[in-house]
Design a protein around this ligand. Structure first.
Ligand code: NAD
Length: 440
C-alpha cells in the first residue's frame, strides 16, 4: 500500500482501546469512537477508562506523538479510516443468548457514515459474536443503511481477539495466531496488511469459521476450568493431591498444563457469556450443547464451595467475613461475572456481614457487589477484627500474606479459594485454614 492505512476503532473498552493503542504503536494512525463522553475525554487526556497494565504509559506516549485520538462521532471515525474495527460489547440476554444491541447501533452508525463517502472502507467485526453474525446480521445492516453493496462498495470481515485482561498488551502483540474471516480477497488483503509485521500464523477462513474459532476457544478453556474444579472437589474428598494431579495430567502434551488451576470458578466478560451464548445458539438450532451446559452449571456452583468450606470452620451468622480480592482475576478491575459477587451474595443471605478489598477494582466493585457489602482500602483495614477471610482473587499482594497480616483478625479463620497461600505455615502457626481442593 502506498499510503499508510488509517485505522478506526468503534468501542473503546478493554479490546478496543488496547487494540487501538497497539495498532498506533505499530505506526498506524488510529481514531477511536465511543458513545460515552467521559471515556472519550479521558482517552484524549491520556487516562485509560479501564485498568490494564502498561496502557496508561502507552496511551500518553501515543497522544504525544499524535498517533491516536478519540471522538464521540462515528462518522468522523469512518471518514478518517480505511479499516474500521467494531469492538463494542456483546453481553448476554436473560436467556444466555447474545445481545447484539451494541453491534447493531455501531453498525448502523457506520453504515450511515458510509452512505456519504465515496472511498472504499473495510469494516471488521472484532467483538465476539456467534457464528453467522457478520454475514447474516452485520452485512445486511450495513447494506440497508448505507445503500451500498458489501464486496463491491466496501469490504467486510471478522477478526476475533484473543487477548486476556491483565496481559492484554502483551497478548495483543504476541498472539499464537491471527484469524481473519473475510467475505472476499480484497477485504482479506486489507485486514492482513495491518498484521503484516506479525510473525505468527494468519488463518484465512470464512467469517462464520472465524466467529466459531473464538467461541470454541473460550468454550474449551472454560470447560477445562470446570473440569479441573470438579476433579479438585473430588480430590478433596478422596485424599488426592490436586496440584500433583493437575501437574500429572498437564504433563501430557495432548492436554497441556494451562487452565488447570482449581479455584472458585471462572468469571469475567468473556467465558461465562460466550459459553452461554454458544449453548443458547445450539439450543435455538435444536442441537443442544450438553458439555457447555454442564460447564456453566459446574461454574455456577463453584464459588459456593468457598462458603461451604468456611461453614465447616465457623458458624457464619452475624460474623464479618473479609473477601481478599473482588475482581474476576488479578491485574484487572473487571468485575463482570466475578465469583466474589456470588460468594458475597451467599454470605449475606446466610446472615453474615461482608467486606471486601481489591487492589484496583474498588470503583467497579462498588457498582457491582451486592448491597450491604462494605469496602476497605487495604488488607490491614480489611482483616482488622474480621471473623474470617476468604481469598477470592489471587492478587500478588495476597500470595505473600503471612501470620503477621492476619494477626489483627478477631478469629484467625481463612479459606483459600485460589490455593495460593502458604497454608502449611499458616496452619502450623495456629490458624484455622481450609484450602479448596485439599483433603480435609
Ligand atoms: N474483555 C476481554 O478480555 C475480551 C477479550 C477478547 C474479546 N472480547 C470481546 O470483545 C468485545 C468487547 O469487549 P470489551 O470487554 O472491550 O467491552 P467493553 O464493554 O469494555 O467495551 C465496549 C465499548 O463499546 C462502547 N460502545 C457501545 N456501543 C457503541 C456504539 N454504538 N458506538 C461506539 N461505541 C460503543 C461502550 O461504551 C464501551 O466503551 C466483546 O464482544 C467481548 O466478548 C473481550
Amino acid at each position: 500500500m502506498s499510503t499508510p492505512i488509517q485505522i478506526g476503532i468503534i468501542g473503546t473498552g478493554y479490546v478496543g482501546l488496547v487494540s487501538g493503542s497497539c495498532f498506533a504503536e505499530l505506526g498506524f494512525n488510529v481514531i477511536c469512537g465511543d458513545v460515552i463522553p467521559e471515556k472519550v475525554d479521558m482517552i484524549n487526556n491520556g487516562i485509560p477508562p479501564i485498568f490494564e497494565n502498561g496502557l496508561k504509559d502507552l496511551l500518553s506516549n501515543l497522544l504525544e506523538k499524535g498517533r491516536i485520538r478519540a471522538t464521540l462521532d462515528t462518522a468522523e471515525v469512518v471518514s478518517n479510516s480505511d479499516v474500521i474495527f467494531i469492538c463494542t460489547g456483546t453481553p448476554s440476554r436473560e436467556d444466555g443468548s447474545i445481545d447484539l444491541k451494541y453491534i447493531e447501533s455501531a453498525t448502523i452508525d457506520i453504515a450511515k457514515a458510509l452512505k456519504g463517502i465515496d472511498s472504499y472502507k473495510t469494516i471488521v467485526v472484532k467483538s465476539t459474536v456467534v457464528p453467522g453474525t457478520t454475514t447474516n446480521f452485520v452485512k445486511p445492516l450495513l447494506e440497508k443503511h448505507s445503500g451500498k453493496i458489501a464486496g463491491e462498495d466496501f469490504g467486510l470481515g471478522m477478526n476475533p481477539e484473543f487477548l486476556k485482561e491483565g496481559l492484554a498488551i502483551k497478548d495483543f502483540k504476541n498472539p499464537d495466531h491471527i484469524v481473519i474471516g473475510a467475505i472476499d480477497d480484497r477485504s482479506y488483503n486489507m485486514i492482513a496488511e495491518i498484521y503484516k509485521s506479525f510473525t505468527c500464523p494468519i488463518k484465512n477462513v470464512n467469517p462464520s469459521t472465524a466467529e466459531m474459532i473464538k467461541y470454541a476457544t473460550n468454550a474449551f478453556l472454560a470447560t477445562k476450568i470446570s473440569f479441573i474444579n470438579e476433579i479438585a472437589n473430588m480430590s478433596e474428598k478422596m485424599g488426592a493431591d490436586i496440584d500433583a494431579v493437575a501437574e500429572g495430567i498437564g504433563a501430557d502434551q495432548r492436554i497441556s498444563e494451562k487452565f488447570l488451576r482449581p479455584g472458585v470458578g471462572f468469571g469475567g466478560s468473556c467465558f461465562p457469556k460466550d459459553v452461554k451464548a454458544l449453548a443458547a445458539t445450539a439450543k435455538s438450532l435444536g442441537i443442544g450443547a450438553k458439555t457447555l451446559d454442564t460447564s456453566i452449571a459446574v461454574n455456577k456452583l463453584q464459588p459456593l464451595r468457598a462458603v461451604e468450606l468456611l461453614e465447616q470452620l465457623i458458624d457464619i451468622k452475624d460474623k464479618r467475613i473479609a473477601l481478599l480480592g473482588l475482581a474476576f482475576k488479578p491485574e484487572t478491575d473487571d468485575m463482570r461475572e466475578a465469583p466474589s459477587i456470588i460468594i458475597a451474595d451467599a454470605l449475606l443471605q446466610k446472615g453474615a456481614k461482608v467486606s471486601g478489598y481489591d487492589p484496583v477494582a474498588k470503583e467497579t466493585a462498588v457498582m457491582m457487589m451486592p448491597k450491604g457489602t462494605e469496602f476497605c482500602d487495604s488488607v490491614a483495614e480489611l482483616l482488622r477484627d474480621a471473623d474470617a477471610a476468604i481469598l477470592v482473587t489471587e492478587w500478588k499482594e495476597f500470595i505473600t500474606l503471612s501470620l503477621d497480616d492476619f494477626v489483627n483478625m478477631k478469629s484467625k479463620v481463612v479459606v483459600d479459594g485460589r490455593r495460593v497461600l502458604d497454608w502449611q505455615k499458616l496452619s502450623d502457626s495456629g490458624m484455622k485454614i481450609k484450602v479448596l481442593g485439599n483433603p480435609n
